[in-house]
Ligand binder design. Structure first.
Ligand SMILES: [Zn+2]
Length: 373
């Protein structure tokens, strides 16, 4: 068996919007549900990856519509450049702008039209990608919906940025043609793998517990290692973060530093129940005694084990990289520090906001476990 992580999701450069944790809470309470199942419907859809990524961004309000650009104060009007009737929000571009509406009324079954046009953005997206009772129930609909949204957005961009672009005269034909291509491709028996996709995301610790995520980072060009991590409560709220540039150090050593420093902070802050998560299986196994160590354990392993003996409850668990992205960010953040001293952050640095937001909203990412027959 061979595990294979997807690295091509394309986070880079897309997370420029500074989400506030407040907005994440509002978001979550408005939805009143965890979105894990919905993300599964999106990531397990069999079609072009760029379309999945696009929809992920749309659901996270990360499409660069005029409305969002105007909010950044870059002197842009929030209005829709096409119809000039309303703010150009995600929902406006993808559904409510007359150009989009004309496409949808040809695609959506007539008995569903009212419902289709009445939902808010997030519900609208999730109802249409997952086959929920109120949605339009058909496997093919997910593909039609995703492909149509993607084309509508692409055509909108081309209209704005390409001088000689002609809006297609028969957009539904182009959409349905691509839908057929995608669905036919899925019936192709040339599949050597029995794929098994698992979904990984950060999970809040239970009530009364604090979760520590820790990680290491490495900069080849400078032969520098760093580590970092963060503590969050059972609502996913930021408690403390830390980051430290280490200097020359091997990967496992840097993982140890990350865990040790984080546990030390947690102990000093007086938490009684701590869940520790690291994406180093090796380190977790060493600490928990699953991995045999020849000779004397490394000093840092012994120090971590000493911390475990103190009067508190600590669980040490392995997580995948996809569930440890905030810690990874903080470990890399250490390279921006001027000194080799630990940098403790009572408030979150702004660059990490969108990752915190993803974690708090229950976002999860696919990882394929492939069994080769
Ligand atoms: Zn419009």
């Amino acid at each position: 068996m061979d595990t294979d992580g997807h690295d091509s999701i394309g986070w880079g450069g897309t997370s420029t919007r500074d989400f506030t944790v407040q907005s994440a809470y509002v978001y979550q309470s408005v939805g009143g549900q965890t979105f894990e199942g919905d993300w599964k419907a999106l990531w397990s859809w069999k079609g072009p990856h760029r379309i999945q990524t696009f929809m992920w961004m749309a659901a996270h309000e990360r499409l660069l519509t005029n409305y969002w650009r105007s909010k950044w104060g870059v002197g842009i009007s929030p209005m829709c450049p096409d119809c000039d009737r309303d703010n150009e929000t995600t929902l406006h571009v993808l559904r409510d702008c007359p150009k989009a509406t004309q496409i949808w009324i040809r695609l959506v079954p007539s008995n569903q039209i009212t419902n289709f046009f009445s939902l808010n953005c997030r519900d609208w997206i999730f109802r249409n990608i997952s086959n929920q009772p109120q949605g339009i129930q058909s496997k093919k609909w997910t593909t039609t919906f995703l492909v149509a949204c993607w084309h509508i957005w692409t055509w909108r961009n081309k209209t704005i940025f390409e001088d000689d672009f002609q809006y297609p005269t028969n957009p539904t034909y182009i959409i349905l043609k691509m839908v057929d291509e995608i669905d036919n491709c899925n019936h192709n028996p040339m599949n050597l793998y029995h794929g098994n996709t698992i979904f990984i995301g950060w999970k809040k610790p239970q009530e009364g517990w604090v979760k520590l995520n820790c990680d290491r980072a490495y900069k080849d060009s400078l032969e520098l290692a760093g580590c970092g991590g963060l503590l969050r409560d059972s609502d996913g709220r930021w408690l403390t973060g830390y980051s430290r540039k280490i200097g020359t150090c091997d990967a496992l050593g840097a993982e140890m530093w990350g865990m040790y420093l984080g546990m030390q902070i947690a102990w000093r802050q007086g938490f009684n129940n701590l869940q520790v998560e690291s994406d180093s299986k090796m380190l977790v196994d060493m600490i928990t005694g699953k991995a045999r160590i020849n000779g004397k354990p490394p000093t840092l392993v012994r120090r971590i084990q000493e911390l475990l003996k103190l009067n508190w409850q600590v669980q040490i668990n392995h997580t995948w990289r996809e569930g440890n992205r905030c810690a990874d960010w903080l470990a890399n953040f250490s390279f921006s520090l001027n000194s080799f001293q630990i940098h403790v952050m009572k408030t979150r640095p702004s660059g990490i906001s969108s990752l915190l937001f993803d974690d708090i909203s229950g976002a999860c990412m696919p990882r394929n476990i492939r069994v080769i027959v």
